[in-house]
Ligand binder design. Sequence first.
Ligand SMILES: NC(=O)c1ccc[n+]([C@@H]2O[C@H](COP(=O)([O-])OP(=O)(O)OC[C@H]3O[C@@H](n4cnc5c(N)ncnc54)[C@H](O)[C@@H]3O)[C@@H](O)[C@H]2O)c1
Length: 395
Amino acid sequence: MGVSKKQVRVGMIGYKFMGKAHSHAYRDLPFFFDTDVVPVQQALAGRDREGVEQAATQWGWASTETDWRRLLEREDIDLIDIVTPNHLHAEMAIAAAEAGKHVICEKPLAMSVDEARRMVEAVQKAGTVHMLCHNYRFAPAVQFAKKLIEEGRLGRIYHIRGQYLQDWIMDPQFPLVWRLRKEVTGSGALGDVGAHILDLARFLVGEFQEVSGMMETFIRERPLGEMSGGLNARAEAGNRGEVDVDDAAVFMARFENGALGVFEATRFAGGNRNGNRFEINGEKGSIRWDLENMNNLEVYLEEDEPGLQGFRTINCTEEHHPYGAAYWPSGHIIGYEHTFINLFSELMKGIADGSSPAPNFEDGLRNQLVLAAVEKSSRSGQWIKVSDLNPVTRR
Ligand SMILES: NC(=O)c1ccc[n+]([C@@H]2O[C@H](COP(=O)([O-])OP(=O)(O)OC[C@H]3O[C@@H](n4cnc5c(N)ncnc54)[C@H](O)[C@@H]3O)[C@@H](O)[C@H]2O)c1
């Protein structure tokens, strides 16, 4: 790392699953990317002193706090990174902006459209840099898909089929962790994994116009318990509680550009550990991507010679592919953690030039509007126009 580079001193709140992913990305970023500003892991905040100190030591944080608000008072912190459950995002991000800090927040941005709107207002008023951690946009194959679409190689887009399929809560004895409690998470599979496929759809196809959705909770009561890191959990003996969020959400959508979308977000797709996939069909070609095979993009082009037409598999690790030059020689693949490193490289560029790279809080608000429209449609059985839920466009 160049010692003369401007440093962005990070204060991160939370230190489990995403805490580990973000800590690793800060450490590796200056190793792979030559950005003008570099992150410094200044302080890690958590409620439990022993836990936060252990994580700070293992992951390379210089200091710790047991009250996240202390990070906002510290003058040696420039960027607040929020990796806590969803019900804390708004309070923490708004307070960080009011303290004049840049903010990066995990997805989904908020619990509701109203919270998301207040978060956008806070960062706009503060004039600080903001970003939302939809890391899958930053897989090289997804960035390459975006490039192909922007170059017009697929022509007019007709369809997107997006799926985020997991199976980690199928066991009825899996406990009622925060991700299954509405007051902490907002919604279930929809906001947790559905938010990611919505972000990919907005990134690759465009803005949603209207949606029609269904949501279902298959297991309505579970033992109480807590997340213990990653997607693992510990059950408490005895007590049980009600699941008040969706286990699965499916929805159809019409986009402003006339494309049609079909989406599925579920934690009940047995055998699918983390199946985040899409297929996009346009007038001149199609593309397919699957996170579990994340370096590859399947591409079909109508212009190919008859007889040779079909999906080809492009391993997006060449130096001409997005982020390819930062890593290894062609075919020497990268992984899940690199999506975060790539995203943080954009955040560092944003902080260097005072801009908020997409996806930022404004993207988070647009995403939240679609999530809210799917929920409303699921309750009413009606198609819902996304703009009807936006307090600004409704007038
Ligand atoms: N980008 C992605 O792909 C991705 C993946 C997983 C989770 N997430 C998001 O990241 C966020 C965190 O999820 P996770 O899986 O890391 O959760 P987790 O349960 O593994 O970790 C949450 C952390 O927040 C801390 N915390 C909870 N309440 C707190 C409080 N009041 N003050 C300070 N710290 C507190 C916990 O102690 C823990 O360290 C969520 O918003 C989730 O939706 C994003």
